[in-house]
Ligand binder design. Structure first.
Ligand SMILES: [Mg+2]
Length: 308
């Protein structure tokens, strides 16, 4: 461990340096508080043994300055001084000194106190590392909490967050946006015929196919069992319809066998709605409801189609 020795008297400085080096520490020296401060900031030092009375900047001021700057992490500070009155000690502690050794120092006392500081710094380092790893885990959890684990699409929570933001932005800047609701045709029958594992696989493939049909700025979410919803910022009805048709066609083109449909392959139906900038009073819930109604119409008029 590296320790910064701050002492204006050259003889004392040398003695302290030799003593600490003898215990296996790497020593850097400074002859006043100002120089010490520069070294601490530049070299990321965590351990200081400083004299109190020094020219330019004394040890007490150095300690206060270290305590007021939060960005360098914790610096362990031992004050080494001839001042040994109770008031002095209290003043030092108030400034944030961790420990106190009276000059001329007793070797074994100094050693015990330096070892204690080393232990605290080691613990602090471990704690910081653990905190950082917890923060990384938290970020990961934040992501997971918004993901549908089966399809890798967003889940309902993240849909609500996204649509809120999209709608807010659309109202504020008079942009449009589109919503597509998709539903796999006769999916219950698919599960009954091919089993639930095959059904799960279909959900993943459908989600992947949708992802490949949309832009980077669009998002796909699993809304319900076999229902997916897509948000398309900056789109109007016409362009949203085009995307929906592309998605529908993409699924049909995969040619997945489904004996429960008229054409013998797996298809989806889509309902499309778009936010109309002339009707700013509309809520996103209204747009979603329109998309849902359109989906219902697509289903009731023969499936494998897009309705708006
Ligand atoms: Mg001095």
């Amino acid at each position: 461990m590296r320790i910064l020795v701050v002492e204006d008297d050259p003889v004392s400085r040398k003695l302290l340096q030799k003593t600490l080096e003898g215990w296996g520490y790497e020593i850097i020296t400074a002859e006043n508080g100002q120089k010490a401060l520069d070294i601490i900031m530049n070299e990321n030092l965590k351990f200081v043994v400083a004299d109190w009375m020094m020219p330019v900047m004394d040890g007490l001021t150095l300690c206060r300055m270290l305590r007021s700057s939060k960005d360098k992490g914790y610096v362990y500070f031992i004050m080494l001084t001839g001042k040994d009155k109770k008031e002095d000690i209290i003043e030092g502690l108030k400034a944030g000194v961790d420990d106190y050794v009276v000059k001329p120092f007793d070797r074994s006392e100094l050693q015990v106190r330096v070892r204690a500081g080393e232990r605290i710094l080691t613990l602090e380092k471990e704690l910081t590392a653990k905190n950082e790893s917890l923060q990384r885990l938290n970020v990961k959890l934040e992501e997971l909490v918004r993901l549908d684990t089966l399809t890798g699409a967003g889940n309902r929570l993240s849909f609500y967050e996204t649509i809120e933001k999209t709608h807010h932005r659309a109202c504020r800047y008079a942009y449009g946006y589109g919503i597509i609701m998709c539903d796999i045709d006769n999916f219950k029958l698919y599960n009954d015929t091919y089993g639930h594992l095959a059904g799960d696989n279909i959900l993943r493939r459908v989600a992947d196919s949708i992802k490949s049909s949309i832009r980077m700025s669009d998002d796909v979410f699993r809304y319900g069992g076999e229902e997916m919803v897509i948000t398309l910022p900056d789109q109007d009805m016409k362009t949203t319809l085009t995307v929906a048709e592309k998605i529908r066609d993409g699924i049909e083109s995969m040619g997945i066998e489904h004996r429960g449909t008229a054409i013998g392959i797996l298809t989806i139906s889509c309902g499309v709605a778009a936010f109309d900038m002339e009707k700013l009073e509309n809520k996103w819930e209204d747009i979603l409801e329109n998309a849902d109604k359109a989906l219902y119409r697509a289903k009731s008029t023969g499936k494998n189609r897009v309705c708006s």
